[in-house]
Design a protein around this ligand. Structure first.
Ligand code: NAD
Ligand code: DAU
Length: 342
């Protein structure tokens, strides 16, 4: 395959960071450009092994800063854009919704304008299954690409708004886009405010794990590597204008996930602490990935193999998450939960 110039937004975050590494290994002939504003969730230490490569470049910029983004696109003339940059944590969207609108909606619109002006070959917008709203706990219904968008949190509402803008730029201006909607990811470099890395890091440090409500809410888990492979396929083979759901049929209750981690790490369930529920807590997410499977994708990890690999990674890479939990994030955690840090 010929060399291409790829822009990854949010490549200092969890999924974008894994995607940068996946693409640089798979396509050494590509020029990989990581644009990130380095918010609390952005971290470049994860790229220390690739940062000296000639075909990797980092650019610090805010996607909502039109004055910075348009000239950058004019100068760099990217072929492809894969857009991850976002505020991504539901709990933060409940306490501070405004930044979610600025980054996720306005930021996406600025990128769309730049992509349109510079006629990029493909713009992949990385969205989420949360835009579909929630499913009942006792149903077997799955989200398909035709499911009505009924976002419930400020986070998912901002993502759904950005999806509509991406669709509009395709319909109105003919911008070659794809929208992907993936289920919950887990894997290396997952920021320790999210359920799985939070549980692993706290259990390793002998701290209690906060489980919201009764712990019976269901999420559909996918290893981040399989998400990256799906995005690679959509970038190169996705039919322009189409939406693709991404998920691997791995529905688990939160309590099951937490208990699996505790058992693997040899800890008892005494480490579970039930805490007040998240406001507007979506009951269940579950993805029907048939359309993507027809394009040629299938996941390589089951939940069992993926969670084992992830726990091992966190145990071996304590240096990475410890620098985060001892920094600014420590104050957020103290404020957000009434759990002590001991
Ligand atoms: P993350 O919070 O780990 O990373 C987000 C990155 O975006 C960070 O590096 C941050 O610095 C950067 N960023 C934030 N605001 C920015 C701005 N204004 N300008 C430039 N950069 C900015 O998020 P994640 O979990 O890796 O999610 C990435 C994308 O995937 C998001 O769009 C999210 O909606 C979507 N998604 C996430 C999941 C999941 O389970 N984590 C599942 C489906 C879809
Ligand atoms: O479904 C895709 C989405 O998955 C992405 O779009 C989001 O960016 C990503 O953050 C994730 O959202 P969730 O809200 O599902 O993930 P989170 O890890 O925050 O929570 C997973 C479940 O665990 C949810 O039901 C809430 C619960 N939970 C979470 C935390 C942080 C707890 O019980 N305790 C916790 O401390």
């Amino acid at each position: 395959m010929q060399g291409k110039k790829l822009l990854v937004t949010g490549g200092a975050g969890f999924i974008g960071g894994n995607f940068v590494q996946y693409m640089i290994n798979k396509y050494p002939q590509y020029d990989i450009n990581n644009l990130d504003g380095l918010t609390y969730a952005g971290d470049l230490t994860k790229h220390r092994e690739i940062e000296k490569k000639e075909n990797y470049h980092f650019m610090k910029a805010d996607i909502a800063d039109r004055e910075a983004i348009l000239p950058l696109f004019e100068k760099e003339k990217f072929d492809y854009v894969v857009h991850f940059a976002a505020e991504s944590h539901v709990d933060r969207s409940i306490t501070d919704p405004e930044i979610f609108v600025r980054t996720n909606v306005l930021g996406t619109q600025v990128l769309l304008d730049a992509a349109k002006q510079m006629e990029v070959t493909k713009f992949v917008h990385v969205s989420t299954d949360e835009v579909y709203g929630e499913l009942e706990l006792d149903s077997s219904t799955l989200f398909t690409e035709e499911t009505l968008l009924q976002p419930n949190s400020p986070y998912s509402a901002s993502k759904a708004s950005s999806d509509f803008l991406v669709r509009a730029y395709h319909e109105t201006f003919g911008l070659p886009v794809n929208i992907t909607r993936c289920s919950n990811n887990y894997g290396p470099f997952h920021f320790p405010e999210k359920l799985i890395p939070l549980t692993i890091s706290r259990v390793v440090n002998n701290q209690k794990v906060p489980v919201y409500g009764d712990g019976k809410n269901i999420r559909d888990w996918l290893h981040v590597h399989d998400h990256c492979a799906a995005l690679d396929l959509v970038l190169h083979e996705g039919v322009t204008g189409e939406v693709y759901n991404i998920g691997g049929h791995n529905e688990r209750t939160n309590l099951d996930v937490v208990k699996t981690i505790m058992t693997t790490l040899g800890k008892s369930e005494e480490f579970i602490e039930f805490v007040p529920d998240r406001l507007g807590h979506d009951k269940r997410y579950a993805i029907d990935p048939t359309k993507l499977e027809k394009l040629g994708w299938k996941p390589t990890y089951t939940f069992e193999t993926g969670i084992a690999q992830t726990i091992e990674w966190y145990v071996e890479n304590k240096w990475w998450w410890e620098q985060i939990i001892s920094g600014e994030y420590k104050n957020y955690f103290k404020k957000h939960y009434s759990l002590d840090q001991s």
